[in-house]
Design a protein around this ligand. Sequence first.
Ligand code: SF4
Length: 316
Amino acid sequence: MNCPFFKEQQVKYCGAAGYRKMILLDGADTGHERCSGPFHTECSVAGRAGSPQTGLADTAAPVCPFLRQSLVQYCTAAAFQKFVPASEPSLLRCGRPAYRYCDLYRTTVPVDSFRSAGSPPCCSGLGGQEARPICAPLHLDYAPNHMWLDRTAPGHCQIGIDAFLAGVLGSVEQLTFLTVAGVCQPWVVLTVRGVDLHLEFPRRIRISAANLYLRAEPVRLTADPYGAGWLFEGSTAESSEPDVPLVSGSKAASWVSEEYRRLDDYLSRQQQPVTSGHDATAGPALAPTAPLEHLSREQMLSLFSEFFSTHEIGRR
Ligand code: SF4
């Protein structure tokens, strides 16, 4: 399954020129072109270069012997068309279902195109005491530790974190991939305020790519969790153990709403001031968003374990 902007075409170029300018054959006007006819002998570049075989100018050839053809690949959505020598399309993201997570693709097509055919739009609602808006796209499935899985094509999948987890994290300083290939449970370490938080997808997949760009720009993880913040690309892998059940997109709104209520209850039970300078005698001061940014190290680890640890999921 190729990206609709991905193209393969024959190009022609001059093998004698110092700069290799490629011209698409499709639509090229070869009838009035010197290289493709007998007038190539008048070309100063060919004259200086001589015959590729003998080093002498080849006046008998019907087309210039330096005229070359090649198959190239390029993106029609890019402002500047860069031709690259053709290779197996599936080696590029443009030739795999993961093309839907390409930044250029996502900025070029309407948002509706990201959903599976026929699926309704992103569900919405309000969750918890703070009545936070819920964003949980219906075409995704959700792991109990708030990681999503997008079945981009039969056997192919993409993995990331949901908006609930992104909201709890607030901002991530550093992101470390502990798995980048092979059959395993995809695993990253998120560093928030100097604390390392381990996040593991509860199912094994065959990882084919990790979004290593997030190491340079971790803000994308929480700023765009369903798009540029994706974490892993892969294919489903056979497992001898029963799979952890996922929450389908159609049930995600009520589940996330319940999770917000659970989060509010959890923070209330902490009975700790969560902002510096808060009067402890005044009772708990709940942070409406990004609670991790206001908790102590121990509280952060405890909250993260309660809501986002795969071990805690197994225990529940
Ligand atoms: S670069 Fe992006 S938009 Fe262009 S062909 Fe590849 S996946 Fe599609």
